[in-house]
Design a protein around this ligand. Structure first.
Ligand SMILES: [Fe+2]
Length: 401
């Protein structure tokens, strides 16, 4: 495999580009408790000429995705300066997008995609309780038609598009190589057979998100939750580590832990599709967005994420060619793979990747929704623990609140 080229973005100082103020990372929290310890993977080691180094890397990845389903990725080819430019562009968007464009580009999640602008009033097109979360999401049609991007960002789309191309076609491809090797399959197995193609984000999407501090009434309605506990429905998620601690993962000891800040690192998590492809060997980790520690409660949290999707028309299914699966069988713990197996053995049709993601987007509920978020509605008590339970296309998803 040839060594991977570093990210080489289009110039930022072209005459047609307005000045973009720098993004200054907010201070990190002083709180030390309730932080997870995640394994960190140095992606540049994949290029090592020493087979021992590469094999150690594969083994480290194997343990990380089985135990945590989350890992830090470092040395993946994008410098801190290049990354901060992308945060500056996201910040520029929220300082400059007009009210008229928020309306024109407003998203329609009931269609099963997040494409466009999300207003800070919940995860439906109509405005609900304020949640302080704004997003802009780019899907394939949004890359193809510049009119679907806010005017203020149009001069910078060359940079944003190349950034996503690099994240997908270099970083994610190398990541999928690692995962293919863990499954003992050819390097491009997951890239060629599972990853969707055809745009800078395939059938997935790239997101600029801004979490603003919320009013007391919102915080009370949601009990501090900003986004429900969930697993990502796709293949892999590439999220940039940020100083505001809000992302939490569900530990093996059944407690929530904040993901610590590691400047420049990508936080990678495994989605449902990949858990199923891997026959349960990889875990789609449960995570949520929660209010930050007290000293960050009044800070804005800017977040950049790329959600990689699998080929939409394929039914969700394990890679039975995998020697690892053939030798060790499936791993059925609590999780989506177990539900998938139940669905298969009952003879009911399993969803395609597209059906699986679209049903979850179109029926998403808000943490502030006090009608749905009660025992008897979307919540159940299992072993004394309140859990959020939804059913999509006959498959049950049970997640800690
Ligand atoms: Fe997520």
């Amino acid at each position: 495999m040839p060594p991977s080229a570093p990210f080489n973005p289009p110039a930022a100082d072209l005459p047609n580009k307005p000045f973009v103020p720098e993004w200054v990372p907010p201070p990190v929290t002083q709180q030390k408790e309730n932080f997870a310890e995640l394994k960190s993977i140095d992606l540049s080691l994949l290029d090592s000429e020493d087979p021992v180094v590469v094999e150690e890397l594969i083994q480290k990845v194997k343990v990380a995705i089985r135990d945590d389903g989350f890992l830090f990725l470092e040395n993946y080819g994008i410098s801190l300066e290049q990354l901060h430019r992308q945060f500056a562009l996201a910040q520029y968007l929220y300082h400059n997008i007009s009210e008229e464009e928020k309306e024109r580009l407003l998203y329609s999640p009931e269609t099963g995609v997040w494409s466009g602008y999300k207003h800070p009033y919940g995860f439906k097109r109509h405005r609900g309780v304020p949640d302080g979360i704004e997003q802009f999401n780019w899907y394939k049609p949004d890359w193809e038609d510049r009119n679907r991007t806010p005017t203020c960002l149009q001069p910078f789309m060359d940079e944003i598009e190349e950034f996503c191309n690099y994240l997908t076609k270099s970083v994610n491809r190398r990541l999928l190589t690692l995962f293919s090797r863990v499954l003992e399959l050819p390097d491009d197995y997951l890239w060629d057979n599972v990853q969707s193609h055809g745009s800078p984000t395939g059938e997935g999407y790239f997101r600029h998100a801004l979490f603003r501090p919320v009013e007391k009434s919102t915080q009370e309605a949601s009990k501090g939750l900003r986004m429900h506990g969930h697993t990502d429905f796709g293949l892999t998620t590439q999220l940039f580590s940020v100083p505001i601690s809000s992302l939490q993962i569900w530990g093996r000891d059944e407690q929530w832990y904040y993901v610590p800040y590691k400047p420049g690192a990508l936080v990678i998590n495994i989605g449902d599709t990949l858990e199923i492809v891997s026959g349960g060997h990889f875990k789609a980790t449960r995570h949520r967005v929660f209010k930050p520690p007290v000293d960050q409660l009044q800070s804005e949290r800017l977040s950049l994420v790329l959600f990689n999707s699998s080929v939409g028309d394929l039914p969700m299914s394990p890679a039975t060619d995998s020697p690892l699966i053939q030798r060790e069988g499936y791993i059925e713990e609590q999780g989506i793979f177990k539900e998938y197996r139940k669905q298969m053995s009952s003879g009911r049709p399993v969803p395609t990747n597209r059906q699986w993601r679209e049903i979850q987007i179109s029926t998403a509920t808000d943490p502030t929704d006090t009608i749905s978020n009660r025992v008897g509605a979307h919540q159940v008590v299992i072993d004394g623990q309140v859990m959020h339970q939804r059913e999509y296309l006959g498959m049950k998803v049970v997640l800690p609140v």
